[in-house]
Design a binder for this molecule. Sequence first.
Ligand code: AMP
Length: 398
Amino acid sequence: MKVLVVNCGSSSIKYQVFDMTDESVLAKGLVDRVGIPGTVLKHEPTGKDEVVIKKDLPDHTEGMKLVLEVLVNPEYGVIQNMEEIGAVGHRVVHGGEQFADSTVIDDKVKQVIRECFDIAPLHNPPNLMGIEACQELMPNVPHVAVFDTAFHQSMAPENFMYALPYDVYEKYKVRRYGFHGTSHFYVSHRAAEMLGKPFEECKIITLHLGNGASMAAIKNGRVIDTSMGFTPLEGLVMGTRCGDIDPAIVFYLMEKLNMNADEANSYFNKKSGMLGLSGVSNDLRDVIDAAASGNKRAQLALDVYHTRVKGYIGNYVAQLNGCDCLVFTAGVGENGIDTREAICRDLDYLGIKLDPVKNKVRGKDVDVATDDSKVRIFVIPTNEELVIARDTKRMSGK
Ligand code: AMP
């Protein structure tokens, strides 16, 4: 069975085609600037040269049409005809409280995705646009939604409730949801394999450190806490998001900087984090380079970043009452040798000891803890698309 995995952003379509007989990737690609002049499709068929097609496309349906044409192209396509695609998996950011697992998409599911527009205005509308475009073009195959929030739905009320008047939870569903669920799911299962223990018996702390960043505490196969909340803004310091701050700062700065709610939203989501604090960049590599050449603000930003992560490790070790392993993943987690070292420094009281020699590694599954470290420290490249493909196969019953 072949599965097409689709991840639609507001002006982009990412896709991968899997052959599920051996879970190999036949092709992957990206359509960028959908609906904006200068649309470009980059298609990478496995084992062949990349193909670049420039063609202005007004919307996601036209974007998906081009993707499907490319997939069956006799020269650089990877399937003979569309009938080979047995199911389509869609990444959907917010599933609210309704979905603790992936699901086959019907009108009711689309309605729930629509109801979450309010709380995920940047992600759910393009996700639904992608679903509808694909359904129009491939009406005879199952379409499956895989939610970023689903894995975190196991959290107990003491972890997902905010100390706000209870009726805002009942009326507006203001609570903590957590995101990056498919990534935390993938790396925690892989970590259990590397520990040689059943997933249901492990205590795992996952660190998804990318431009967006979140952590999760996983006990006996269930997420018990995660650092992102009602939206992805809560928790760690990120590329452009501030993470945890005193909420009083929001209304204080709205007044001082004369910002309305939309402007404040953009300020804390797009102008803060490593970019705002360092004044250099949201890209951690740039901040590291600037700090190395003596930029004090860049160094301060790194110190704040590392300290926040350490604080969450302590929090999660306490909540888990111990820990079998830390798992570093995503752009920074997989590649940031210095970042991993700084985060794990002086955590030996908790049984966390990183081996600086083993740690000189990028982008592969490896244990970088010292032999006598009580807690294993894994680097595991994430693979959200594979989780989506597997769930799509499972949910479509093929
Ligand atoms: P992602 O969102 O998962 O694609 O991760 C993007 C982030 O990974 C950016 O902030 C990059 O600077 C960061 N990154 C990539 N390579 C490295 C590296 N070698 N050291 C530190 N950060 C890195």
